[in-house]
Each structure stands twice: as structure tokens, then as C-alpha cells.
Design a protein around this ligand. Structure first.
Ligand code: GLN
Length: 474
């Protein structure tokens, strides 16, 4: 099967009679079958995708197709798609079917994308290795003994191993960018409020954003553009008009701000460090300015993130009570045992840990010491991030301090796992946009990703500057 880097390449091939949507869907289904051991998909909607492919092939013939005709997409198992199962990779939602479609998914469908299936992830998007799924871990296609990253691990591997053309993930603290980095893809965490969260199963509502994982920068830009913009169902979406991004081959010279504490971090893998240094040297050689800044709050990022997100999660996940939907314990005898048994049986270990942490930081005795303090620290981090970005066009650091780690390496040590988010949580705490760009591979063939962060709603700049990073890798 041919692999395509860009949707426009697929469309050109369809136009010239080289393939069709039906053929593409069939080929992807075969790939999914061949790669079952990677465990990237939880469900594949074969018949429906083929039927839709026939319909879109007709539209192609009559020239009435949308901008995503020919794009075969997978969606993370925390996005609602009417009439389809969604479980957040949790037993508590096993068998549950969506009653409506997420706005982000609907906008792709409106442009004739074909949704082929739902991808595995960490339960309720809580994790950095995809080892927390109730339906088994996902394997990295570059090395089966390694994790794909999380929580959108299935979405990353589905694209990495060409089981679909692109996928959607969600990013609360790095869940799109970190797996993108571990699997050699582009993954964006858009500005908070760019893309509607309607239909995204909430983890931490003031952090969560939906975004695409793709082989090419062009597709990333296109999918983000199509999903972005106001939505009457989500009041946290900005009412700025929907953006139009251009593929700018600019001669513009930018200022990249490098965080000193990140590149001098003792935990930074030597190959990631040298990849970063070589890009910095090329950026300078290409006429860009590279400045260095001190970010004195680096060590506060992960604690702030975990206090606030667990607090939000403990509230968001209270709806899974065993009463309204999802798993209800067979052993319940009254209302209270329905709650406690259904939740104890339905949620996995990590989700329970976070609900307890979140309940603790919100409890009246500890609220001021933890939750309220973390809110203040969030403001300080946001202000400092804005200040740095007022003196530079983007912040440039690696996406992760190491390439993909081994399965089981961190799964027994929550703190070590939480520290895997060290470089990614800043953008979610501050609310600005950030992207992971595949830039290099290690000597043993593991992908290395670099991260750019721009200000709020500066996705155009983020994408334009990503091209400069790619140029600097050549
Ligand atoms: N690894 C982070 C966590 O476990 C990020 C998850 C995410 O972005 N959804 O919370």
C-alpha cells in the first residue's frame, strides 16, 4: 500500500484514478489487522466506513466533495460520535454509546472525512505511557518494548504505523505532544478556547484541548483550522472568527527563546540534548535569533498541574455514579453501595488515585494550602510565560526529556511517570498553544520531538515557525 504524507497527495491520487476512498479504507483496515498486536484501536467501524467511502467517491466524481475527502481518520476513545461506543478506555463506560457527536468530530465529517474507528488511550486520558488503559497497553511501532507515550498513545501509533491517515487526540498536560514526540509525528495542543470541547469526555476542563496527530505539518494545520472556531455548545471557545492558516514559506526571521533550565536539566537525555543543540546552531546559521531565558518555576509546573487537574477530575468524574450510565455493580444493594461498588469496580487504579488526590486538595482543611495556592501559582506561570513571549516569537525546548521509555519502566512509580510531563504541562497551565515537531531519531531509531510554544491564538505563527525548525533539521 502506498503511504501518503498529506491529504492533498491523497486527493491528487484519487483525482488521477490512482486510488479511491473505498480502496483506501480497505487498505487501512488490512493494516489495522496486520498491526493488531500494537493494540492501537479499540473498535473499527468497517461497514460504515466502507459505505461512507462509496458515498464520498461519488462526491469526488461530481466535484462536490469537501476539503477532507479522502482523509481516513481515527478518533481517541474520549470523543463522542453519535451512535458509536465511547469508553475513555475505562470499564466504567463499557458498552456506552454516544448520544451526540463532538463538535470537532462533526466539523471533520462535514468536510467529508471518514472516521474509521476509536483509538486506545490511557483511562480518562490520565497517563503518559498508555499503560493505564482498561483494554491493555499500546506498543510503540518503532520498538515494541517501548511505550508510545500517553495518553493519546493509540492515536499516535495508528498514524505512526499507517493504520489511518491522521487521528484526533486530546491534550490536558501533553497527551498529544508527548506521544507525537515518541512516535515521530506532528501533534498540536491548540490554544485553550480555539477548538470546542463539546463532546470531549472531560478530564480537567480548564486544561483539556482537542488536536490532531499527523505525518505532515500541512495536514496538522488543515485539521486544526477546520475544527477551530466558535461553537454555541461550548462557552469557553473564543468567539474570534474561525482562523485561516496559510502555508507560509516566509523569509521572516524569528526570535526563538530557549529555556535554560530545560536544556541544562540533569534528566535530559544526551541524544535529545545534542539534537536540540544542533537545531539551535542551524536556526542561527539560517539567520534567526536564539535567546536564552531563565524559567525559575520549572519545578513548580508538575505539582501545580497535578493539584489543579486532579481537583477538576474529581469533580468531572463524579458523574460516573453507576446511576445514569455505564457500569453498575451487580452487588449493589442500596444507593450508597451502588455508588461505591460501581465506582470501585469501574475505575482503574490511576483514576482512583487522582480522584482521591483531587478530593483531598479540595477538602475544606486543605483547600487553601493546595487548591487555592496552585491557582495563584498558575497565574504566576501564565504571566511569566506571557512575559517571555513578549520578547520572543516562540519558546523552543524539547517536547520530552527522553525518547520513548520501556514498558513497565515507570508504571510502578507515579512520581516518575508524572515527571514525564515536565516540558509539556506549561502550555496547558498557561493556556497558550504548543506543538511537537518530529526532528530526529536516536542512534537506535527512536523518534525525538522538539516543542515550540507561542502565545494565545498564535497558531499561524506556531505553524510558520515549525517550518523553520524543519528547515533547521535538514
Ligand atoms: N501525562 C499527563 C497526565 O497524566 C497528561 C495527560 C493528558 O494530557 N491528558 O495527566
Amino acid at each position: 500500500m502506498s503511504t501518503y504524507r498529506r491529504i492533498t497527495d491523497i486527493q491528487a491520487c484519487i483525482r488521477s484514478g490512482g486510488t479511491s476512498c473505498v480502496q483506501l479504507v480497505s487498505e487501512y483496515i488490512a493494516r489495522i489487522e496486520e498491526n493488531k498486536h500494537l493494540n492501537a484501536f479499540l473498535e473499527v467501524w468497517v461497514e460504515e466506513a466502507l459505505e461512507r467511502a462509496r458515498h464520498i467517491d461519488q462526491k469526488f466524481k461530481s466535484g462536490t466533495h469537501g476539503r477532507l475527502a479522502g482523509a481516513i481518520i481515527g478518533i481517541k476513545d474520549n470523543l463522542a460520535y453519535k451512535g458509536h461506543k465511547v469508553s475513555a478506555a475505562s470499564k466504567i463506560l463499557e458498552g456506552f454509546e454516544s448520544l451526540y457527536t463532538a463538535t470537532a468530530v462533526q466539523r471533520l465529517l462535514d468536510e467529508d472525512a471518514i472516521i474509521l474507528g476509536r483509538t486506545n488511550c490511557d483511562e480518562f486520558a490520565m497517563g503518559a505511557s498508555n499503560e493505564n488503559s482498561a483494554f491493555g497497553p499500546v506498543k510503540n511501532a518503532a520498538d515494541y518494548e517501548r511505550v508510545p507515550g500517553g495518553s493519546s498513545g493509540g492515536s499516535a501509533v495508528a498514524v505512526q504505523a499507517n493504520m489511518v491517515h491522521a487521528t484526533l487526540g486530546s491534550d490536558t498536560g501533553g497527551s498529544i505532544r508527548q506521544p507525537a514526540a515518541f512516535c515521530g509525528l506532528f501533534g498540536i495542543k491548540p490554544t485553550y478556547g480555539l477548538i470546542s470541547r463539546w463532546g470531549l469526555l472531560a478530564y480537567a476542563s480548564s486544561f483539556d484541548q482537542i488536536g490532531p496527530l499527523t505525518h505532515s505539518l500541512e495536514d496538522n494545520m488543515l485539521l486544526t483550522e477546520i475544527m477551530a472556531g466558535p461553537d454555541e455548545h461550548d462557552a469557553t471557545v473564543s468567539d474570534r472568527p474561525a482562523p485561516r492558516y496559510e502555508n507560509v514559506a516566509s523569509s521572516k526571521k524569528y526570535t526563538f527563546a530557549v529555556m535554560r533550565q530545560a536544556i541544562e536539566h540533569p534528566g535530559l537525555d544526551p541524544e535529545v540534548k545534542s539534537a536540540t543543540e544542533s537545531i539551535i546552531a542551524s536556526l542561527q546559521a539560517n539567520g534567526h535569533t536564539v535567546t536564552y531565558f531563565d524559567f525559575e518555576y520549572l519545578d513548580y509546573l508538575v505539582p501545580t498541574y497535578y493539584v489543579l487537574t486532579t481537583a477538576e477530575a474529581s469533580s468531572n468524574l463524579s458523574r460516573y455514579s453507576g446511576l445514569l450510565y455505564g457500569h453498575r455493580s451487580q452487588h449493589a444493594t442500596d444507593l450508597e453501595s451502588t455508588f461505591t461498588l460501581s465506582r470501585s469496580e469501574g475505575f482503574g487504579e490511576e483514576v482512583k488515585r487522582r480522584i482521591m488526590l483531587g478530593t483531598f486538595v479540595l477538602s475544606s482543611d486543605y483547600y487553601d494550602a493546595y487548591y487555592s495556592k496552585a491557582q495563584k501559582v498558575r497565574r504566576i506561570i501564565k504571566n511569566r510565560t506571557r512575559e517571555v513571549l513578549s520578547n520572543a516569537d516562540a519558546i523552543f525546548i524539547p517536547t520530552t526529556s527522553t525518547p520513548a521509555f520501556k514498558m513497565g519502566e515507570k508504571s510502578k512509580n507515579p512520581i516518575a511517570m508524572y515527571l514525564a510531563d515536565l516540558f509539556t504541562v506549561q502550555a496547558n497551565i498557561a493556556g497558550n498553544c504548543a506543538i511537537s515537531i518530529p526532528t530526529a531519531t536516536t542512534a537506535s531509531g527512536l523518534p525525538i520531538g522538539m516543542q515550540l510554544m507561542c502565545g494565545e491564538f498564535e497558531e499561524q505563527n506556531l505553524y510558520s515557525m515549525s517550518s523553520e525548525i524543519l528547515r533547521a533539521c535538514k
